[in-house]
Design a protein around this ligand. Structure first.
Ligand SMILES: Nc1ncnc2c1ncn2[C@@H]1O[C@H](COP(=O)(O)OP(=O)(O)OP(=O)(O)O)[C@@H](O)[C@H]1O
Length: 270
């Protein structure tokens, strides 16, 4: 599905991501983990086209997307959510998903909000795509509600629907369980599993180790911007390099051993 080769980016003197080579399998859930400041968000921003890498290549479904702009990356079949909620609370759930479709696939946000001629022509297509996305995340019945009236978890689903409205093959979830209580976390995990069962490939960055360990098929561990381990959860959680990295970041509370046995909702780094 996705391959990165020698991927790196420097911010001034800091190598935030350095020489990462990895293959993300199709039809699976891959989690990117690592202690605080490991480079997870930066890696995410690189593969979704938000940052241009200093070195390396990104191959998505056989196509080199390294130099594509964000909207071109989306058009190629990849969409992401954001760590902090980026939904429009005063607008309806449906309108949010429609904006997700339009902003990601063609016109800019301004077009979408100002209802230009092109936007109007595209409206029906957006509406259909948005309803399909809302159905996929289980909130079609709430289409007319203001997004801000949804629960925290409901708002997460709106955010995921915004990404799904562009009908991606690969969905990038930036800390999907952030701010969720244990029950909401379990419910979101079920949703992510359903989406993958339906054919989607998912990559997520997540601090809640319990979620990562029970949800991910494949884990990639970053530390100081470099890949230090990769494999199935059982392999990775026993990898001495990973344990060492988390113990080394103990000052931040990152403890891998504890994390694997943790209940849903625990945030090892918090
Ligand atoms: N735009 C930027 N400019 C300069 N430095 C940056 C930028 N983005 C990230 N960094 C730095 O790169 C390093 C990696 O940060 P990043 O946010 O990717 O780590 P992370 O693993 O996502 O951390 P966390 O677990 O705390 O979210 C950090 O030292 C951070 O300060």
């Amino acid at each position: 599905m996705l391959r990165v080769e020698g991927l790196g980016i420097r911010f001034g003197g800091l190598h935030a991501v350095k020489d990462v080579t990895a293959t993300i399998p199709a039809g699976q859930i891959t989690a990117i983990i690592g202690p605080n400041g490991a480079g997870k968000s930066t890696f995410f921003n690189l593969i979704s086209g938000f940052y241009q890498p200093t070195t390396g290549r990104i191959i998505f479904q056989g196509q080199d997307i390294t130099r594509l702009k964000t909207h071109e990356v989306v058009a190629s079949g990849m969409a992401r959510t954001f760590q902090t909620t980026t939904i429009y609370k005063e607008l309806s759930v449906l309108e949010n998903a429609m904006i997700g479709h339009r902003v990601r696939t063609r016109a800019g946000l301004l077009d979408a909000l100002l209802r230009t001629g092109r936007e109007r022509r595209d409206e029906q297509e957006s509406r259909d795509a948005a309803m399909t996305a809302l159905t996929r995340v289980g909130i079609a019945a709430h289409a007319a509600r203001p997004a801000g009236a949804m629960t925290q978890e409901g708002q997460k689903r709106v955010g995921i629907a915004m990404a799904l409205a562009s009908n991606p093959k690969l969905l990038l979830l930036d800390e999907p369980a952030a701010g969720m209580n244990p029950e909401e976390t379990v419910s979101l995990m079920a949703l992510i599993r359903e989406l993958v069962a339906g054919g989607l490939t998912v990559i997520l960055v997540e601090h809640k180790m319990s979620l990562v360990m029970s949800l991910a098929d494949h884990i990639l561990v970053l530390h100081h911007g470099q890949k230090i381990s990769e494999g199935v959860p059982a392999q990775v959680s026993r990898d001495p390099a990973v344990i060492e990295a988390y113990l080394g970041s103990h000052a931040h509370g990152g403890q891998m051993g504890q994390a694997t046995a943790a209940s849903a909702g625990e945030t090892p780094h918090a």
